[in-house]
Design a protein around this ligand. Structure first.
Ligand code: IPE
Ligand code: IPE
Ligand code: MG
Length: 247
């Protein structure tokens, strides 16, 4: 039997993996009579703050949902502005991230991107590959359902080739075919802006994550807000379907 006390004390304090759905840039801009892309620009400062706060708090993995597969359906001008901002930010931050010991990985399908965006993804991953303090995962052109379908296809192909048997497919093998292969599951999923939904983010990996929906727009989510979130996490009791002695 699993020792629930040991599991719970281990899971208190610092989450190993924090995943954030960075939401509310457009509303932040609208409140200030600005264009939506200006909200995305302001959101970059919150990305910097989250990275600093994650490193300071001893978080080992930080995943940021930056662009969903569904976001391609936004007006072209906004999509172009986000892609340009991604390239500019990657160019400007690569050195600083490397010096902070941050390793960057981009998670998502490498389709639909321009050659410039693909080159920037390559650049940021290569130039930060030695980072050992924090792994920053940028979910960019990411869809959890698509990720699960791709894993199912890969496994079906392996079965068809005779490489594995149907019975061999268990949680571990399935997870090894996901884009998150090698990453720990998120302990804490935060979505800013008060919206309470996952919007196709880490559906498999978040099955036992603690969820938190602060009523703060992403550009206003600074280091203090991140620290407050860490306090909220520390108060949570993770049970994994088991029972504690006092209830
Ligand atoms: C999140 O902010 C950023 C992306 C989805 C790229 P939004 O752009 O969704 O902001 P709101 O939800 O419209 O305020
Ligand atoms: C989710 O936010 C995607 C990202 C934060 C990148 P959206 O703003 O796109 O999600 P919905 O449309 O409110 O569900
Ligand atoms: Mg939104």
């Amino acid at each position: 039997m699993r020792d629930i006390t040991a599991i719970m004390s281990r899971d208190r304090a610092i989450p190993k993996h924090v995943a954030i759905i960075m939401d509310g840039n457009g509303r932040w801009a609208k409140q200030r009579n600005k264009e939506r892309y200006e909200g995305h620009i302001a959101g970059v400062e919150s990305v910097r703050a989250a990275v600093r706060a994650a490193v300071r708090n001893g978080v080992e993995w930080l995943t940021l949902y930056a662009f969903s597969t569904e976001n391609w359906g936004r007006p072209t001008a906004e999509v172009d502005a986000i892609m340009e901002l991604f390239c500019r930010t990657v160019m400007g931050e690569a050195k600083e991230l490397a010096s902070q010991g941050v390793r960057v990985k981009v998670m998502g399908e490498r389709t639909r991107f321009s050659a410039e965006v693909l080159a920037m993804i390559d650049h940021i991953e290569r130039s930060t590959a030695e980072g050992a303090r924090l792994t920053l995962v940028l979910a960019f052109n990411y869809s959890a359902r698509r990720e699960i379908i791709l894993a199912a296809q890969a496994l079906a192909e392996r079965v068809a080739k005779g490489d594995i048997r149907v019975d061999d497919i268990d949680e571990e093998l399935f997870a090894s075919e996901l884009m998150s292969s090698g990453m720990p599951d998120p302990d804490f999923v935060i979505r800013t802006s008060g919206e309470c939904r996952l919007s196709n983010f880490l559906l498999w990996q978040s099955s036992y994550a603690e969820l938190y929906f602060p009523d703060v727009l992403w550009p206003d989510f600074g280091e203090e807000a991140f620290d407050k979130a860490m306090e909220v996490y520390a108060q949570r009791e993770r049970r994994y379907g088991l029972v504690t002695e006092d209830c």
